[in-house]
Every structure is written in C-alpha cells, then in structure tokens.
Design a protein around this ligand. Structure first.
Ligand code: GDP
Length: 881
C-alpha cells in the first residue's frame, strides 16, 4: 500500500485550489515543482504551523489584547558593577546589551488562544487549518485507540457515527446513491481487481471515475471525517496514509453499525480489502448481508510486558482461554499476572494471531507532535533560581527575607503563601525562586531529568566557611552545568570572614571575579537584609548573560515543583511554567495525572488567570497527585490528556515491575555472579538507635568473604528519608530499615524505582537474611508485610479500657488479630497486639483505609496523638533467585 500523499490530493482533501496550496507551501519555505509531488507529514505539519503563525500575526490583531501584556525594551548601556573583595570593593565597567520583554502574567486573561481559534477572517485558510487540524486529530485519536479496548471503541464509533450521520444526511444520500450504483460493478470487478490491489493502495475506480467532482469531494471529506472511526492506528505511522485511506473508504459511508464496529476491532486496522469485500458480500448497501468471514488474524501490539488479561482483551478472547493456552504450552500464569513480551508473543502466535512489538511511545510521540507545532517566537524569560548550601548557613532565612520583603503581596492582607516557589519583581526584572532549599530536592529533580534551575545561589556562612554540603552543592551545580552565584551570608556577625570563604572556595575551583574568575560573590546578611539587593542584581546580570528565552504564547509546558493532596481542594500541584502560558480551563497531562485547570493560585494567594514562562503557579483540578519533577503539558482536549496519562501510568507500573524483578538483593547478586571476581552487595542501613546502626554495620560488613563484599553505602539513625532512597537508587542498594520506616517521599522513590526495602526488628534476622542471600542459600524466608497504617488523632482514657486511640486508617487495612507496632517519628516504640478494634462502639474485625476507628493497644498505655499504628503480617515465602 502506498503511504504517500501528493499535493493534488492534499489540496483536494483540504478543499483548496492546487495553485493556492503550492503558493502557501512556498511561503512556508517549501519548494515543490508540481502538484504530483509528494508531501510528507513533516511538511504538512510545517505548513500547518506556518499557517497558524501567519494567522496569529496578520489576522488577529485582537491577539495583542488577548496575549499577556508585553513591553520589550532594547537598550545598551555601560554599567558599573561593584564587586566585593573582602572588605574592599572594586568597580568594574560592564557593557550590557539588553533586550528584555517584561510580562505581566496577571493581565493575560484572554480566553481565546489565537492558534486554535477557528474564527479567522480568511475563510480559505481557516478551512485548510481546520482540515489539517482534523486530520491531525484523527491521527491522535487513531493512535489512542491502539491502547484502548475494542469494545469501547466500537461503542464510541457507533455513537459518533450516528451523530455525524445525522449531520451529513445530504452527503450520505448522494454517497449512497453512488455506491449502490457502483456496488454491482464492485461485485463483478472484485475478482479481477484482486491482483492489482495486492500491489498497493487503490482508490475504488468506480468512485473516482463516476463521481462528479463535487460529490467526490464530499465523499472524501465525509470519509475523512469518518475515517478516524473506521480505521485504527495503522495509519498513524504518518498522516499521509490517512489520505489514502480516506480515498479508499470513500463510497463506503453507509456501512452498517455492526460492520463499522467489526472493521475497527482488533487494533482498528482496516482489514485487507479482499477480506472486507468478502464480508460485505459484494454489496455496498446498508442492507447487504454478511458472509461468514475467514478466521480473523489479529495483529496484536505487545509492549515490554503485558498482563494476561490485557492480552486476552487484545485477542478478543476470554482470559481463561489465554491461561489455558499458556498452560498447554507449559507456562503457568494467572489472569492478572504480567508476562514478558516474548512469552506473550509465543502465546499469540500459538493462538493463530500475529504479535508485533508495540511502539512504546505511541501517545507520547503524539503528544510531542502536538506540542511541537506550537513553537512560536522566543522571548526572554525570568531566571529560575535554587538556593543551596550547608545546613544552617542561612538558606531558609535568605528565601524568607526575599519573600517577606520583595514579593508583591496580594489583597488578602499581604500574606504570602507557601506554594513551593515564588517570584519577585526587581527593578532589573523578575526572578523566580524555588522555595525548597536543599540538595535532595535538586538531585531528585535532576535524577528525573528535569532541568528547572538556571542559576544556583550558593549560600556560605561567613563565620563558618566551606563545609561538606557546600562542596556537594558545588558538585551538583557543576554536574548540572548551572552557573553559581555565591552569597556570603551572615556578614553582620562579628566573626564573619568573607575573605576566608573566598579562599576556601578557590580550592573548590570556584573563583571569585576579583580573583580573576567568573563567579559573582555577594556579601549579604539574611538577617539585616544587607546586600540582598546586590544579590538580586547579580542574579539579573547572570540571567542576562545566559540569555534565557522561552516561547511565550501557546500551550504551556513545564515541571511540577511540589504537590500534595489537600483535604478541601483535592490534588494540588505547584508547577513552574517553562514554555507557553498556562491558563484556567486548560487541559493538561501532568506525569501520570491529567485534568483541567480549575484554578490557579500564586504565592500571594491571588488567582491569576494565567502564568507565563518561569512563573510558578499552583494548579487545582488534577485527577491525582503528581510527583515533584514530573513534567506537565497542556493539550487541546481531555481525551489526549487522559490517554497519555493512562499510558504513562501503565508504563510506569510495568517498568517498576521489571525493575523490582531486577533489583532484589538476590537478583543483583545473581547478575553479578555472572561476572568475574568478588561480588558487591550495597546496603543502606537505617535504625532507631546508634547502637543498632553500629551493630548492624559491623556484623553485616563482617559477612564479607572472598566471593562477596558487603558494602554499607550509608548508615544512620532515624527514618528512611528521600536522600537515603536516592542513594539506594544510585547504588542499586538494598535498604534495611531496622525499627524505622520510610517517610512518604522516600516511599515514593522506593516504589517508583523498585528499590528492595526490607524492614526488620530483630538484628539476628537481618544478619541471617543477608547471610543466606550472600551465601546463595535458598529456602524459606519470613517476610513482614505491612498491611495497614492508622494515624492516632486523639487519645481517650477510660477506666475500663485504659488508653483508647481515636485513629484514622490512612493506608491499607488494620485487622484485629494481626500484630501491630506503634511508631513515633518513623521509629518503632512498641510492638504488640491489639486489645480492641472498634467502630462506633462496636467491635469489628477490620477497618479499612479512610475510616475512623478506636484502637486499644494491649499492654501499652503511652500512646499519643500523632503516633502511627501499623498492622503487619508475617508471611513465609520461598526464596527465588
Ligand atoms: P539553613 O539551614 O541553611 O536553611 O539555615 P537557616 O536559614 O535555618 O539559618 C540558620 C541559622 O542562622 C538561623 O538561626 C538564622 O537565624 C541564622 N542566620 C541566617 N542568616 C543569618 C545572617 O545573615 N546573620 C545572622 N546573624 N544569622 C543568620
């Protein structure tokens, strides 16, 4: 089948004279010699982009009011910059060439986006736009359909078909008359035509030959409009195939509902023509009978992994049948089990269908195409700054000072809100600060590939000098290729010695400007505010050197900085817009979540109507809580948003499973076993008390022998934190929690990366388990599984029951007859059993997530609000390698 569209065909499809189209293509910078030349989908996209751009510019002056208010200043000036060197100051002349666009996001309140508006004054262009847009939409939809269930698709098709049929009654009537006239021909001709068709695409002759041009056009258009329903992903390889398919389906508008549904089953791919015509019984009319079809060979797209149930659905079989088939092949699997691609492919072939490897990024690439075309002109954007430094050097104080004094407060009594970031307006421009100091956040973002920060402000206390975390911050900034500005803090203190700081930084290859280097250093006091303006100036200057730019108009994209679940407002995410403008009402995909922007909040508690590049804003309206570091993209419709989110979710789960499979201690050892020499087992150890940490460390390291080395990469007292989890991910380490637990953010990382996390409460168990694993012994393993957690909200004391904790079950289920532990600050303080478990004075056996209950702990009366009660189970599992 040919996969190409000529200019002539495209012109026909978009209902524009060929000459006009050629002219437009030429204007868009694409030269074509004649109407029979082939247009690629990239060229189509380019044309679409071009048309949109010219529309936006020439025909919608109203856009100026719709777009955020911009002021662009061009200037060139010589400026004196004072660089502090110890207690003396040097003045340097700096020539600054500036072109800066100031943006007031709050005024960008226009509901209309020029690029997607169809109200253009030039009807021809508008029509082309619309058609191209339609064609693209169809692409999108077809691809999505790949991932969807067949049944749902068929229902949807049927519904939409009815709607459209009503709207196109007239066109249909003509089409039907034509097709019926042609039906006889088709019946006769089908035999002779077969060999020709096998060779390539073929427009049914009768339609092309006999239709008067108008009717042909209409058929084409109607078919084009319909084809996203009658066809599937196959044509998604490029938009071009669509056109062929459109022609191919011209004249087949009046298919019966069942026929349509049937054709779109299995990946929506149109069946070979021969098969189709057979099943149509040679007749083109709605009343044609259906001959029994040949066995349907489905092409099933299978990704890296697939569950048996999903595979069954794709094959249109019952789950049990697939399980049975697998059983016959010697593979035992349950219906919910995930099997790998190879197994799935074998089963598929065995069942007489064809397995193909799924394009892993269907919806993603679509999303890319969707966002790429919105690349408009770039304008300057404010810098995004992260503050880093050693603990207690004043990061929080600096962020607070700037926020307190510089954030333009809203109407609500001038109270600034913590939304994870804020932006300040200085005389030299806007600066956005990420309000989460600390390296863990920075590295976690980087680990996810999010490039958020343009400039790092390294806070070094003048009375303390360069410390371990100072060095770490420098390494992070260097690794991320982000320029540093040093803020020498606490300059107000009597023992401040900024010169010492500069000298020490020299050793880290951070050279101050007055030492001949290129790092700006500013002496500040986060307490008195001294030097803060200079620091902001230094940031602005650095930003200008970086020439930061972003597309201002169009659909927004960016990164999630912070997120949480708010009781009243639902999932709340603070995002940093990196491109385009985010508006209320936009549909967006955000990591594995999606939704429609219900409200935007800024750091002053105000509700801006939109947010442009580099502006942080809190978003309400998502389906769930995304992870910090997730990206977000605004898309045109909810459907795409939902599909991309769902596909990502599925992929994340799959890869987690795969990772989990490969990350267990045993597997790592098994993998290493294939190599030469000594194997290494990395461990992260966290325990409730220092004594345990030491004991564990020593005894575990002591298990090392010539074959295996036990390597403790970090060990310490306290709950398992985000940085422990990140360390474990990097080192592929197993995390051992001895009487301590992972906090929520650590758990997220652990889950997402499939880190092997094991909780223990008996030192001997730890040693035993590691020893067994290390010596490759297999056998039974007792694993503890936490089945539920309840949070103590209130404690009541009664003479009869002692202390009864009023709790809310926040995870899983708490069962009366299972052992429990009481945790305070992520540390185990008691282990025992439940005395009583009640709901509304009634004794119950179990209480589920989201439910309140009263818990009495046997032989323990010291329970306090804020404690956690975790209910666990000991299960015996066979060790596997
Ligand atoms: P962080 O751990 O880096 O966030 O440091 P903090 O902002 O919490 O500051 C640690 C301590 O240093 C606090 O007690 C602050 O009050 C104090 N501090 C911060 N900046 C200054 C400063 O410029 N001058 C003085 N004298 N104290 C400061």
């Amino acid at each position: 089948m040919s996969q190409q569209t000529t200019i002539r065909k495209l012109a026909e499809l978009v209902n524009t004279p060929v000459e006009k189209l050629l002219e437009q293509l030429a204007e868009a910078g694409m030269k074509f010699s004649g109407p029979d030349q082939v247009v690629t989908s990239t060229e189509k996209m380019k044309l679409l982009g071009f048309l949109r751009r010219t529309h936006g510019k020439t025909e919608k002056p109203a856009d100026e009011t719709a777009a955020p208010k911009k002021i662009t200043l061009n200037r060139r000036k010589v400026q004196e910059v004072t660089v502090a060197a110890g207690r003396s100051k040097t003045t340097v002349n700096v020539e600054v060439r500036q072109k800066r666009t100031y943006v007031k996001p709050n005024e960008a309140d226009a509901p209309v986006v020029a690029t997607t508006s169809h109200t253009e004054t030039d009807p021809e262009r508008a029509e082309i736009l619309r058609k191209l847009e339609e064609s693209k939409q169809r692409n999108l939809q077809e691809q999505q359909r790949l991932a969807e269930g067949d049944r749902r698709r068929a229902e949807e098709l049927e519904r939409k078909r009815k709607e459209e049929e009503a709207a196109r009654a007239a066109a249909e009537a003509i089409a039907r008359a034509e097709a019926e006239a042609n039906a006889a021909n088709a019946g006769e001709a089908s035999g002779e035509e077969r060999p020709a068709r096998a060779g390539g695409h073929h427009v049914p002759k009768q339609v092309v030959r006999k239709d008067p041009p108008r009717v042909d056009d209409r058929n084409g258009a109607a078919a084009a409009a319909n084809k996203h329903k009658t066809r599937g992903s196959h044509a998604m390889v490029s938009g071009i195939e669509d056109d062929d398919a459109a022609s191919r389906f011209a004249g087949q508008l009046h298919l019966s509902a069942a026929e349509r549904a049937r054709r779109t089953t299995s990946r929506g791919k149109p069946k070979p023509r021969r098969q189709m015509e057979q099943s149509r019984g040679g007749g083109g009319g709605a009343h044609g009978f259906e001959r029994p079809t040949a066995p349907v060979v489905r092409e099933v797209a299978i990704g890296e992994t697939i569950t048996v149930a999903d595979l069954a659905q794709k094959l249109a079989l019952k789950g049990g049948d697939v399980v049975k088939a697998m059983f016959k092949m010697g593979v035992m699997a349950t219906i919910t089990q995930t099997i790998d691609h190879d197994t799935a492919a074998l089963v598929t072939e065995e069942l007489g269908h064809k397995a193909i490897r799924a394009e892993s990024n269907d919806a993603e690439s679509e999303l890319l195409a969707h966002t790429e075309e919105h690349q408009g002109d770039k304008v300057s954007r404010p810098p995004v700054v992260t503050i880093m430094g050693h603990v207690d050097h004043g990061k929080t104080s600096l962020l607070d000072y700037i926020r307190r004094t510089k954030v333009a407060t809203g109407e609500a009594g001038g109270i600034t809100q913590h939304i994870g970031a804020y932006h300040v307006e200085t005389p030299k421009g806007v600066i956005s600060f990420l309000d989460t100091p600390g390296h863990a956040a920075f590295t976690a973002m980087r680990a996810r590939g999010a490039k958020l920060t343009d400039i790092v402000v390294l806070v070094v206390a003048a009375d303390d000098g360069v410390m371990p975390q100072t060095k770490e911050a420098i390494q992070h900034a260097k690794a991320a290729k982000v320029p540093l500005i040093v803020a020498v803090n606490k300059i107000d203190k009597s023992d401040a010695d900024p010169m010492r700081v500069k000298n020490e930084l020299l050793a880290e290859e951070v050279v101050a400007e007055d030492f001949g280097g290129d790092t700006q250093m500013v002496e500040i006091s986060a307490k008195t505010g001294q030097g803060i303006d200079e620091l902001l100036d230094a940031i602005s200057l650095q930003a200008e050197v970086l020439e930061l730019k972003a597309v201002q108009d169009g659909r927004a994209s960016g990164v999630v900085i912070e997120s949480s679940l708010d009781k009243g407002r639902g999932p709340v995410a603070t995002v940093l817009v990196q491109q385009g403008t985010l508006k209320k009402g936009d549909y967006l995909v955000c990591g594995i979540q999606y939704g429609r922007v219900r409200a935007l909040f800024d750091e002053t508690g105000g509700q801006p109507a939109s947010a442009g590049p580099s502006i942080p804003v809190q978003v309400l309206g998502l389906s769930g809580v995304p992870d910090a570091g997730d990206d977000f993209v605004v898309v045109e419709d909810e459907r795409l948003a939902k599909d991309v989110a769902q596909q990502r979710d599925a992929k994340r789960r799959e890869s987690r499973l795969v990772k989990q499979a490969g990350n267990r201690m045993e597997d790592i050892l098994a993998q290493m076993g294939q190599g030469e020499g000594q194997q290494v087992l990395n461990l992260v150890i966290k325990a409730d008390v220092q004594g345990s940490v030491e004991a564990l460390k020593q005894s575990l390291v002591g298990l090392s022998n010539e074959l295996i080395r036990i390597n403790v990469i970090t060990a310490g007292v306290g709950g398992i934190t985000e940085s422990d989890a990140n360390a474990a991910v990097t080192a592929k380490a197993t995390v051992i929690g001895f009487n301590v637990r992972a906090d929520a953010s650590a758990r997220r990382i652990i889950e997402a990366n499939g880190v092997d996390l094991r909780y223990f409460s008996i030192i001997y168990d730890v040693i035993d388990q590691v020893k067994q694993v290390a010596s490759g012994l297999l056998g039974k393993e007792i694993r503890e599984e936490i089945i539920g957690t309840a949070e103590v909200r209130d404690v009541f004391r009664s003479s009869k029951f002692g202390a009864v904790a009023g709790c809310m079950v926040v995870e899983g289920v708490v069962k009366r007859n299972k052992p429990i532990r009481v945790l305070r600050d992520s540390t185990v303080i008691f282990e025992g059993e439940l005395e009583s478990l009640r709901r509304f004075k009634e004794n119950v056996e179990e209480v589920r997530n989201g439910t309140e209950c009263g818990i009495g702990v046997k032989a323990y009366n010291d329970i306090k609000p804020g404690d956690q009660i975790e209910c666990f189970e000991r299960i015996e599992v066979a060790r596997t390698l």
